[in-house]
Write a protein that binds this ligand. Structure first.
Ligand SMILES: Cc1ncc(COP(=O)(O)O)c(C=O)c1O
Length: 401
C-alpha cells in the first residue's frame, strides 16, 4: 500500500471471526440444514432412521399425491425442466397464464400474477407498491421477506408492535394525510401460528384510507371454508386489497403469487424487478400447482383432515399440560428459552423420532427460542399420538409442563 493510506480491513474478517456454527456443532447440537434422505410425506428418513415429520409446511399433504406428481412429470416431458428465462422475456408459458387465470377466479380477484418463489413475490410486489411518498405499515413479526421487501421500497416504513392494532392506529394517525398507506401483514404468523386481527385492521383501513396487503403463505389452503385464507376465515375476503400466497406450502410446488385489482397487478407486473429479471416458475411446479388448485376445489377432504389433525394435536398438547393458545392453524410453537436449550429440546425430540424446527432469535424475541411444529392432513392418529408422547417426555424433562 502507498504511504499514508490506511490498510483496508479484510472484507472476510467477519467470516473468519464467526464461529457460532462451529461451537454448536462441537456441542453436538447443530440443528440446521439437516439432511433428509427419504420423504414419505408424514414420515421422512433422517440419519438412516424413519421419523415423524412434524416440521413441514406441506399442510394439505399433496406433494406426493399421484395426480400432482403425474402433472409435474407430464409438464416436464412436454416443456422440459426449465423455462430458461423470465416471464417478461422468453419464460411465459401457457401453463403460467392458465394458473394465473384460475387463481384469480378462485380468489375472486380481477387478476393474479405468479413469481418464482414466495420470497420474490413479496419483494417484487411490496417494493413496487411502496413509492416515494407512501408509507408502509409492517407488523414487527412479519416474515423476513416482508422486512427485506420494505427495505427495498422507496416508501417510508413504520413497524408497529406485533399484533398491536392500537400501535398501528397511532402510527396511521401520525402519518401525513396525503401519503399513500399500505398495511402489510402475515395472515398467519409463520412461527407461532397465530392469526392477524383482521376485523380491527379492516376498521383502521377504512378509517384512515389505507390498503391491506396480506401475506397468506400459511393461510391459503388452510383457513376459510374453501381454503381461501385469512380473509375468508373472518368473512372479510373482499376487504383485503392484495393477497399474496406461496406455492411452497399447501400448494405442493415452488413459486408464489399476488392477486387483486387488474390495474394494481399490472403495475406490479411492469415494475417488479424480481419478476422481470428472474427466471419463471418451472413447468413442473406450475403444473403441480394447477393440479393442487383443482384438488382443493374438488376434494374438500384434504382440508377437513387437516382441521381434524390440527384439533387432535392441539387437544393433545393441552392434555399433557402445554398452554396452547386458541386457534385453528396447524402450527404450534413451544417456547423453551435460550437458543442452546431450544437446540437440546429439538435434539431430544428427534431422538424420540419426531422432526421439528428449532426457532431462535431473530426469528423470535430473545428468551423465546423454542421449536415450531407443524402438521399435515396426511398425518395419522398414530403419528400424532407419537408426537404428543414425545413432547410430553421432553416437556417434562425441561420443566415446561
Ligand atoms: C409468511 C411467509 N411468507 C413468504 C414466505 C416465502 O415463501 P417461499 O418459501 O415460497 O419463498 C414464507 C416462507 O417461509 C413465509 O413463511
Amino acid at each position: 500500500m502507498s504511504k499514508g493510506v490506511a490498510t483496508p480491513t479484510d472484507i472476510f474478517k467477519k467470516c473468519y471471526e464467526f464461529n457460532r456454527d462451529l461451537e454448536i456443532t462441537a456441542a453436538g447440537l447443530y440443528p440446521f440444514f439437516k439432511v433428509i434422505s427419504g420423504n414419505h410425506g408424514n414420515r421422512v428418513v433422517i440419519d438412516g432412521r424413519e421419523v415423524v415429520m412434524a416440521g413441514s409446511n406441506n399442510y394439505l399433504g399433496l406433494t406426493r399425491h399421484p395426480k400432482v406428481v403425474e402433472a409435474a412429470i407430464k409438464a416436464t416431458e412436454k416443456y422440459g425442466t426449465s423455462c430458461s428465462g423470465s416471464r417478461y422475456a422468453n419464460g411465459t408459458y401457457d401453463l403460467h397464464v392458465e394458473l394465473e387465470e384460475k387463481l384469480a377466479k378462485w380468489m375472486g380477484r380481477e387478476k393474479a400474477l405468479c413469481f418464482t418463489t414466495g420470497y420474490l413475490t413479496n419483494q417484487g410486489a411490496i417494493s413496487a407498491l411502496g413509492g416515494r411518498h407512501d408509507v408502509i405499515f409492517s407488523d414487527k413479526e412479519n416474515h423476513a421477506c416482508i422486512v427485506d421487501a420494505t427495505r427495498l421500497s422507496f416508501g417510508e416504513v413504520k413497524r408497529y408492535a406485533h399484533g398491536d392494532m392500537d400501535d398501528l392506529e397511532r402510527q396511521l394517525q401520525e402519518t401525513p394525510e396525503d401519503s399513500g398507506r399500505l398495511i402489510v401483514t402475515d395472515g398467519v404468523f409463520s412461527m407461532r401460528g397465530t392469526i392477524v386481527n383482521l376485523p380491527r385492521m379492516v376498521e383502521l383501513k377504512k378509517k384512515y384510507g389505507a390498503r391491506i396487503y396480506i401475506d397468506d403463505a400459511h393461510g391459503l389452503g388452510v383457513l376459510g371454508k374453501k381454503g381461501r385464507g385469512t380473509g375468508e376465515h373472518f368473512n372479510l375476503h373482499d376487504d383485503v386489497d392484495v393477497v399474496m400466497g406461496t406455492f411452497s406450502k399447501s400448494f405442493a410446488g415452488l413459486g408464489g403469487f399476488v392477486c387483486g385489482e387488474e390495474r394494481v397487478i399490472s403495475w406490479i407486473k411492469h415494475k417488479a424487478q424480481q419478476l422481470i429479471f428472474a427466471a419463471a416458475m418451472t413447468p413442473a411446479s406450475t403444473a403441480a400447482v394447477l393440479t393442487v388448485l383443482e384438488l382443493i376445489q374438488k376434494e374438500p377432504s384434504h382440508l377437513a383432515n387437516l382441521h381434524k389433525i390440527s384439533t387432535k394435536v392441539r387437544d393433545g398438547f393441552r392434555a399433557i399440560g402445554f398452554d396452547v393458545p386458541d386457534g385453528v392453524t396447524p402450527i404450534l410453537y413451544t417456547r423453551v428459552g435460550e437458543d442452546v436449550q431450544a437446540f437440546q429440546f429439538w435434539k431430544d425430540l428427534l431422538e424420540l423420532g419426531v422432526y421439528t424446527n428449532p426457532v431462535i432469535t431473530p426469528g423470535v424475541p430473545v428468551g423465546w427460542s423454542g421449536v415450531r411444529s407443524s402438521y399435515m392432513s396426511i398425518h395419522t392418529d398414530a403419528d400424532i399420538d407419537h408426537v404428543v408422547n414425545a413432547f410430553a417426555k421432553v416437556g417434562k424433562k425441561y420443566g415446561l409442563i
